[in-house]
Write a protein that binds this ligand. Sequence first.
Ligand SMILES: Nc1ncnc2c1ncn2[C@@H]1O[C@H](COP(=O)(O)OP(=O)(O)OP(=O)(O)O)[C@@H](O)[C@H]1O
Ligand SMILES: [Mg+2]
Length: 594
Amino acid sequence: MKKTKFKSKEKKKNLHRIMPLLKIHKMRFFFAILCMLLIAGTSAALAWIVKPVLDDVFIKKDIDKLYLISTSLITIFFIKGAAAFMHVYLMTYIGQHIVKALRDKLYNAIMDLPISFFHKETTGALMSRITYDVNIVKDMLSTAVTNIGRDFFTIVCLTILILYQDWKMALIAIIVLPIAFFPVFILGRWVRKISSMVQNAMGKLNIFLHETFAGNKIIKAFGTEEFEKKRFIKKSDELLKMEMKAVVPDKGGSAIIEFFTGFGIAAVIFYGGLRVIQNEMTPGTFFSFITAVGLLYDPIRRTAPLNSVIQRGLAAIERIFDIIEKKSDIKEAENPVFIKNKINDIIFKDISFGYSDKEFVLRNIEVKVKAGEKLALAGTSGGGKTSFVNLIPRFYDATEGSLLIDGINVKDVSLKSLRKNIAIVTQEPILFNDTIKNNISYGKTNASDQDIEDAAKAAFAFDFIKEFPQGFDTNIGELGGRLSGGEKQRICIARALLKNAPILILDEATSSLDANAEMLVQEALENLMKGRTAFIIAHRLSTIRYADRILVFEKGKIIEQGNHDQLIRKQGTYYKLYKMQTKGSEKKIKLIIT
Ligand SMILES: Nc1ncnc2c1ncn2[C@@H]1O[C@H](COP(=O)(O)OP(=O)(O)OP(=O)(O)O)[C@@H](O)[C@H]1O
Ligand SMILES: [Mg+2]
């Protein structure tokens, strides 16, 4: 009992969630309802007109009535046709606009969610929400909502008509309905549960598709095509099973209603037929009544599949709004502070941070960075360097301690103005399926061609860009797939250079470059870093030799800090790492010589 109560509450909540979107179309709804009334009225009129056709034209042979009935029929069909068209047009308009609003709302909500969300959710699942789930809501709105109103009024009008014609016979016709509807509603609930599962399976399939298309190179390299095909078939099978599971409750409802309405018609014909035989009823009234019952059962028969579509739509709305209503934990402060002047210092005050509650990947970090300082981060892989710099643009918030920018907690600073002050080259080069020009000027639409060229030159990307037949207008493919690793990196550097922000974060920004290109880019970066605060992460220690200060990370802790010479003198971890790297290159040189 409790469970049903909860479920109906949920259902109301889901409908409530799309109400604001429906309210915008109030006037259109009003006209659509007028059309529904006209459709219902004309349906009843058609049933009613059967009586004079039989009694006056066929039996009494009244020619005047024949003229009148013919012209009336033309008028009725004209009104019915026009109203039906307007009704479908208006409801489709409303449905499509709500779906668009929902789709946009969902995308906006996803865009505002923090990076942690994108690490938890998969791209395929999110895409499935925007394409598949939103379309299910569209089905619900365009078929279900469109039909429901019209059918409701038609049922009301025809019920009134049959009650007026013969209330006893009408009761026989109506009595079967609640009996027929009960199982339909039970089945509806079942549909909703299964459709949630189908939507989940669809999401899983999308995740799989996205992964195997994007990672196709590895599949080919490892020769796992057959393995992936089998995995796909398994997932596809699961989806098929779910879809088939939905058929019984989905279509079973229609079968049940069909049976009961057939039973109702038989009962009415039997009872009505008896009364005609006993001369208690004219054949006209009888046929008019049967027509009305036929027309009345028609929308009722449609109710069962409608119920399924609605249940499926409600499940989809739930999934969509679960994301729309998600609260980002990286929130804009109520009265945010805007960064207007030059930033003087950035302080990491006793910061600890973990991606989950269980384990910290940064522990008690205490760092003060002065404006203009070039701070390098070195250390073992997985030591926490990327996690450390991620805190600056608030990709994540510290779990304990605070990050202060000019003494203001970064959580109180306006996110937009904070991120405007930071240019970043991430560890993975991330580019968009667009031209080189648009990739470099990303987020800076007002950049002139000259600015873009200058940035490309400074990043030592100009030469290779010029060699492309279409130069800066070359499309680089999805995620920059048509570029080499080093080329991608240089485009990313050019993009960061063009942003011209006072804080620069370079996470392995030159790792894919050859020694020569790296040296040149290094020079460009050094020029760029003048007067800016820079965080430079590099495994190749030769890149960070000249930094003002080097922090050495190990297992989330800063174990050493100082400039290159100090750390070498200290003969600690940095010294060991440095020795290993230089030894390696000495060995390589020896090998080449010998
Ligand atoms: N999104 C994430 N969710 C959970 N754990 C993460 C996530 N990103 C990183 N980690 C974990 O946090 C730790 C620190 O990772 P981080 O990326 O900061 O290391 P790093 O010093 O940048 O390493 P590398 O030099 O290899 O880039 C690692 O143990 C890693 O497994
Ligand atoms: Mg890293």
